[in-house]
Design a binder for this molecule. Structure first.
Ligand SMILES: NC(=O)c1ccc[n+]([C@@H]2O[C@H](COP(=O)([O-])OP(=O)(O)OC[C@H]3O[C@@H](n4cnc5c(N)ncnc54)[C@H](OP(=O)(O)O)[C@@H]3O)[C@@H](O)[C@H]2O)c1
Length: 240
């Protein structure tokens, strides 16, 4: 049997990945606050050490058996709070970095450590964004986190290359997806997010892809036998 460990599988892209893999007979565990699926594990990434205890317990249990393939997909993220850095409440700033950086890293590091000796095909996947390579006023924390995670993955790819049973570590930029994250962007004031009109236009122009279509493209990328460690793959290149 094959195993998918997925953060943020409760809705949006993550929920479609969850359903797709489960339909294809993978055992899937997803980790989120609302935890709506049969194999959801309730966890709040805004408290990284508590979250780490929850998902590492689940990883340890899953590591007791052999798997045909293991995919670890770090997908949970938040844009909140969308506003200039100077205006952010300290508590919200810290919560964002806990979710997008500290817990995201612990999810990946814990999985690497737990499954390092498993001998099957193993992928470590960071769901990234075009925001990793571009600044947006109002999105400083999100842009910073996406850039950080992409570069962590490049470093992990180097760390893994000489190990006996390496993970292939990659990032995927999923492109524009019609999810709650996009609705949240459009609901932000122009004072807090000056580009908001562009995002209304992208929706009006039909540029947001259905999450199920993006999940199929992500699964397609991850099924390729020869993935290049450290690479950022783009769903736009797969769907065109
Ligand atoms: N939508 C886009 O256009 C777009 C574009 C580029 C990149 N992306 C990236 O694609 C990924 C999926 O995005 P999406 O649009 O599907 O997002 P979404 O609809 O906002 O879903 C976010 C997921 O993250 C989880 N999450 C958020 N805060 C959490 C917390 N404190 N603890 C645990 N889980 C938490 C949510 O679960 P709960 O709320 O249940 O906790 C949910 O499952 C993200 O990494 C995003 O940055 C999206």
């Amino acid at each position: 049997m094959k195993l998918l460990l997925l953060s943020g599988g409760s809705r949006g892209l993550g929920s479609e990945l969850y359903k797709r893999y489960e339909q294809n007979s993978w055992l899937v565990y997803e980790f989120s606050r609302s935890a709506p699926h049969r194999n959801s594990v309730e966890v709040d990434f805004s408290d990284p050490l508590a979250a780490h205890a929850v998902f590492s317990r689940q990883f340890d249990q899953a590591a007791q058996q052999d798997w045909e393939e293991i995919q670890i997909v770090g997908n949970a993220a938040t844009l909140h709070p969308m506003q200039p850095l100077a205006k952010m409440q300290a508590q919200e700033l810290v919560a964002n970095t806990h979710i997008n950086i500290a817990s995201a890293l612990l999810f990946l590091s814990s999985a690497l450590d737990t499954f390092q000796d498993h001998t099957c095909r193993k992928l470590l996947v960071n769901i990234s964004s075009g925001a990793a390579n571009k600044g947006y006023a109002g999105w400083s924390l999100y842009c910073g986190a996406k850039a950080a995670l992409e570069n962590v993955v490049r470093s992990v790819a180097l760390e893994q290359q000489h190990l006996p049973h390496p993970f292939t570590a990659i990032s995927i930029n999923p492109g524009l997806i019609d999810t709650e994250m996009q609705a949240e962007i459009r609901a932000t004031s122009v004072d807090n997010f000056p580009d908001v009109q562009k995002f209304y236009k992208r929706q009006a122009d039909g540029l947001l892809r259905p999450p199920a279509q993006v999940a199929a493209a992500v699964a397609n990328i991850l099924s390729q036998p020869e993935l290049t460690p450290g690479e950022v793959y783009k769903v736009d290149d797969v769907i065109g």
